[in-house]
Design a protein around this ligand. Structure first.
Ligand code: GDP
Ligand code: MG
Length: 163
């Protein structure tokens, strides 16, 4: 029960770094559901006096390229079903990739709010380069650094405003 947010995105964009920051700073509890799933992590976060469930997806990375894309899309589908809103994370250090584009296609069709989260915006130069992500076509776009925490507050304000 409660409001649930899923963090989706291809591997290495920083989903788990953001997830851990969210839980650590708000002193939240990570549910141990290891018997149920190994490819997702569940936690509870708190922001602006509101608490919500957070799902970190994509811990499992298959070996072949084909299985990989299939698995990623499956993860997104499951997240869309389970969550009330999606944080679609991309990586400003690498720019837009084919996998980002194919995930964007799936998420654009979701009848739920999607926040495009451009991570690894560690400095001003990265912020300038990161404008290319407007091209993915999402209205809700946030630029942040999960590593330093800069910009994360604005995103969480927007998430908490939905609850
Ligand atoms: P995941 O596969 O999407 O869960 O990504 P991880 O959270 O495991 O992070 C992948 C790599 O990106 C790790 O080496 C992180 O330290 C790094 N990383 C995460 N967030 C940031 C960030 O804001 N800036 C930079 N420069 N690196 C980051
Ligand atoms: Mg991860």
């Amino acid at each position: 029960a409660g409001f649930t947010v899923a963090i989706v995105g291809r591997p290495n964009v920083g989903k788990s770094t953001f997830f851990n920051r969210l839980l650590e700073e708000r002193k939240a509890i990570v549910d141990d559901v290891s018997g149920v799933t190994r490819d997702r992590q569940y936690g509870v976060a708190e922001w602006n006096g509101k608490s919500f469930n957070v799902i970190d997806t994509g811990g499992f990375v298959p070996e072949s390229e084909e299985a990989f894309e299939k698995e990623i899309n499956k993860q997104v589908m499951i997240a869309v079903e389970e969550a009330n809103a999606m944080l679609f994370m991309v990586d400003a250090a690498t720019g837009i990739t084919d996998l980002d584009e194919s995930m964007a296609d799936v998420l654009r069709r979701a009848a739920k709010p999607v926040f495009l989260v451009v991570n690894k915006v560690d400095n001003h130069e990265r912020l300038l380069e990161a404008t290319e992500f407007y091209g993915l076509g999402f209205d809700n776009i946030f630029f942040l650094s999960s590593m330093s925490g800069s910009g994360t507050g604005e995103l969480l304000d927007a998430v908490a405003a939905l609850i």
